[in-house]
Design a protein around this ligand. Structure first.
Ligand code: 5GP
Length: 207
């Protein structure tokens, strides 16, 4: 069989929607899918490793990458740059791997504006009450910061219409099942199955 290109999958949603947990679980279930490692100017958190969680870079270094157009997208979030290096993605897609971008909503919209060959997923929480509960459980927010985050989350939810799919994250394993269903169905789109059809037709001609 001719080898198929991988799919570019953008996974976004409000802070607190649990994107990171979903991605981890999804990657442990699929060996045809890899996660793009972003560059960031924020400091590493305990346990985070260079090249695994992020490429930790200075503002100057990230600005140089922006200037030389080597990022597929970038955004500023909480005063730091976050960006997606383009070159590894091109290579993985050619090798037939699906590439996941786990990014915030401004960056996701930039990718959607510039590429048509992607599948976009918006992760949502079941209710604002649940989001508030999750943020409270983290225990890192002041009341004021919490109100700010909830306001931002509401704005982010209002952009969900830009995405191909909305995935409810009520329970991690159920949400990952939903993402799996989407990936499996997307692989069967005509545009991704055309090579198979051509091959079957060629076979028919040489029979
Ligand atoms: P954190 O600092 O908690 O790791 O990430 C903060 C936010 O930045 C998360 O919503 C995460 O999805 C997003 N993010 C991580 N990498 C990128 C990136 O390359 N581009 C954009 N636009 N957002 C990113």
């Amino acid at each position: 069989m001719r080898s198929e290109r991988g799919m570019l999958i953008v996974l976004s949603g409000p802070s607190g929607s649990g994107k990171g947990t979903l991605v981890k679980s999804l990657l442990s279930r699929r060996d045809d899918t890899v996660l793009s490692v972003s560059v960031t100017t924020r400091a590493p958190r305990p346990g985070e490793e260079e090249g695994v969680h992020y490429f930790f870079r200075t503002r100057e270094e990230v600005e140089a990458m922006i200037a030389e157009d080597s990022l597929l997208e970038y955004a500023q979030y909480n005063g730091n740059y976050y960006g997606t290096p383009e070159q590894p993605i091109r290579r993985w897609l050619e090798e037939g791997k699906n590439v996941l971008l786990e990014i915030e909503v401004q960056g996701a919209e930039k990718v959607m504006d510039h590429r048509s060959d992607l599948v976009s997923l918006f992760i949502t929480i079941p209710s604002m009450k649940e989001l508030e509960r999750r943020l409270r459980d983290r225990g890192t927010e002041t009341e004021e910061a919490m109100a700010g985050r909830l306001r931002v989350a509401r704005q982010e939810l209002s952009r969900a219409f830009r995405y191909d799919y909305v995935v409810l994250n009520d329970e991690v394993e159920k949400a990952v099942d939903r993402i799996q269903t989407i990936i499996d169905a997307e692989k069967m789109r005509y545009s991704r199955m055309e090579n198979l059809i051509l091959e079957v037709m060629e076979d028919a001609e040489t029979d």
